[in-house]
Design a protein around this ligand. Structure first.
Ligand code: NAG
Ligand code: NAG
Ligand code: NAG
Ligand code: NAG
Ligand code: NAG
Length: 576
């Protein structure tokens, strides 16, 4: 009795301590290629895509690899054979669990760099790969460029899985560029697989035309209405896929701030919660330079913006406009990892300069477009009020600058894999740098972990979970919640970790599931339909008092090939 009382009286202090995680970095292994495209596939595997370079990771025939698997359990890389140049692609999982990477780099066959063909129309299928060690059926990249390719050439497109489980592919350019331009821009959309009646065709986009020259890798998300939000340059639109119409332009990003390439800011859809799943989006960092600025006028030392804004996509939210907040330091090329708790870890990038290969006025000396690496992350606490959301308390500094072409992704363990960086158009070996350029090519992998992982503190443990769940269906998870966390809030997070590249985690999504806990049985309800969570692979984490379990994989929906007919039940939503 006495000890229980003592425990209860200490509870508020314990919970206060848990409320703020301290994070730390551990460096483990070398990625062998520069995994500027990074996708968590399973508890043991991540898929990595790079460009053909003189990479240390070699294919069995001795050619350098430009794709590979990262083994999260052994911290080693194995090569994957690819045909097309995967550099600067986008992608996502589709409803049957296959991962699809689309678009890429034009031909740059450089002797000794690997033998790639033009990747701009590339379609690369991977998986499902069900073995833990990445060998066996499904664990290779399937390409057939002659018969399986995009309609248009797309370097720097965005791809998103949509409500029918297929990919919606947005924009891009024909060739490498710092700014997009009318003569090279693909201001249009297409689907993979093609929609009925749209094979071989694209849909023209007024929005992408209007957002030139800063419309590459448009920051885009599917909303709970099934509509698509796209943010590029200083503009945003809500687009209705079914009617192919622009429903609404949002207010422009305030104060001249732009987040489109090369002013790479970041954007993230915040967690969606039942019953209304009202979407709030953040769009932060980037630059307040005019989009008419010339390359000569741009400098690696141009200070990025601290501005960080958010908007809720209801009629009232849009009328209220973007709510402006500030990061503690300016940021360009940062990326966002949404955590199972719903907070967002912002990391990588720089305080000054722009994305892209050396092209700005003073890039000669450094061989890059940016300087002043941002080596400390920032935590964005999604649910706190304005003024309290953004903090660097408990956030460590890495010794490794992660500039252009860096990556970070959540893992099943619940920590963040941090990798890559190469702002140069070649591999710059740290030991072989005759021109003394900054920021050598980076193969070192780090893991960024909250203290409850580092210290092996008690966490929720999922011992049994369904591998598939139909929309709106109930399922049960067997879970143990440590007593020290039991008094806190319980959340069940259904997540897509996104396709990570160029400071942009396309498709990343967190939906909190309705749940009831009885003993060790946690009953969950799948999202009502494909607008809330598009049919396809997902991860589930159980979060107790801010401490998350390891993640388990689940297929949401019927697992069939896209496009899937509507599944689940319609729900009333009040958002756009
Ligand atoms: C490069 O690929 C082409 C076309 O697939 C092939 O003919 C050629 O032999 C390859 N070269 C090397 C060095 O592998
Ligand atoms: C694209 O924008 C330019 C400049 O605003 C305009 O002249 C042109 O008509 C637009 N094209 C399309 C297809 O909307
Ligand atoms: C958005 O950008 C355009 C030019 O691209 C500029 O004229 C306009 O003032 C900007 N909007 C805001 C709110 O700064
Ligand atoms: C190399 O660059 C660093 C700063 O980036 C500078 O301190 C150093 O003097 C340079 N060394 C040479 C040999 O130019
Ligand atoms: C998944 O669907 C795509 C598109 O229809 C198809 O190309 C692919 O083969 C499918 N994957 C599997 C494993 O069936």
């Amino acid at each position: 009795m006495r000890s229980t009382n003592l425990f209860l009286s200490l509870l508020p202090f314990i919970r206060l301590a848990m409320a703020q995680n301290t994070w730390s970095f551990v460096q483990q292994g070398n990625s062998g290629i520069i995994p500027l495209e990074l996708i968590t596939l399973s508890p043991t595997l991540a898929l990595m895509y790079d460009r053909p370079y003189v990479n240390p990771l070699k294919l069995p025939d001795g050619e350098p690899a430009w794709a590979g698997l990262w083994h999260l359990d052994t911290n080693t890389a194995t090569p994957l054979r690819t045909i097309t140049n995967t550099f600067c692609a986008s992608g996502g999982f589709i409803s049957n669990g296959t991962h699809v990477a689309v678009g890429g780099q034009p031909l740059d066959a450089i002797p000794g760099w690997g033998n790639a063909t033009d990747g701009t129309m590339g379609i690369r299928l991977f998986g499902p790969c069900t073995s833990a060690d990445g060998t066996g059926p499904g664990c290779t990249v399937f390409e057939d460029p002659a018969t399986l390719h995009l309609v248009r050439t797309r370097w720097y497109p965005t791809a998103l899985r949509i409500a029918d489980g297929s990919l919606f592919i947005i924009g891009g350019s024909d060739i490498l560029t710092t700014f997009n331009a009318p003569d090279i821009a693909q201001n249009n959309y297409e689907f993979f697989p093609p929609r009925a009646g749209e094979a071989g065709t694209v849909r023209d986009s007024k929005f992408l035309n209007d957002t030139l020259p800063a419309n590459l890798f448009p920051r885009s998300m599917m909303l709970p209405s099934g509509n698509i939000l796209m943010i590029a340059n200083n503009q945003s639109v809500i687009y209705d896929i079914e009617t192919n119409t622009e429903l609404l332009r949002l207010p422009e990003l305030p104060n001249g701030v732009r987040i489109g390439v090369p002013f790479d800011g970041f954007a993230q859809l915040l967690p969606l919660s039942p019953p209304l799943y009202e979407p709030t989006v953040i769009a932060c960092g980037g630059s307040n330079k005019p989009d008419t600025i010339t390359l000569e006028e741009m400098s690696v030392n141009d200070v990025a913006t601290t501005q960080c804004q958010r908007i809720t996509l209801t009629a009232a939210g849009v009328a209220a406009g973007w709510e402006v907040d500030h990061l503690p330091e300016p940021r360009v090329m940062a990326e966002t990892v949404i955590l199972p708790s719903g907070d967002v870890y912002i990391l990588n990038g720089a305080h000054t300069g722009y994305s892209g290969y050396p092209s700005v006025g003073d890039s000669g000396a450094t061989g890059t477009n940016a300087a002043n690496p941002a080596t400390q992350g920032i935590m964005y606490k999604s649910t706190l009020p304005l003024g309290q959301r953004i903090t660097q308390s408990g956030i460590p500094t890495s010794p490794i600058p992660r500039m252009y072409h860096s990556a970070a992704t959540l893992t099943a363990k619940g920590n963040i894999m941090v990798a890559a960086s190469n702002p140069h158009p070649f591999v710059l070996d740290a030991d072989n740098n005759p021109n003394n350029l900054s920021f050598p090519s980076e193969y070192r992998v780090e893991y960024l972990s909250p203290d409850f992982i580092t210290n092996n503190s008690p966490r929720p443990v999922i011992s049994k979970s369904p591998t598939q769940l139909a929309f709106n269906a109930q399922g049960t998870i067997t879970v143990t919640i440590p007593a020290s966390l039991a008094a806190g809030e319980l959340q069940v997070s259904l997540m897509d970790m996104g396709f990570v590249t160029h400071g942009w985690h396309a498709g990343s999504r967190l939906v909190f599931l309705e749940n009831t806990l009885s003993g060790t049985t946690l009953t969950i309800t799948a999202p009502p339909n494909g607008n809330i969570y598009p049919p396809g692979p997902a991860w589930i984490y159980v979060v107790a008092d801010g401490v998350w379990s390891e993640g388990v994989q689940i297929m949401i929906g019927d697992g069939g090939n896209p496009p899937r007919p509507a599944q689940g039940v319609p729900v009333t939503i009040t958002s756009l």
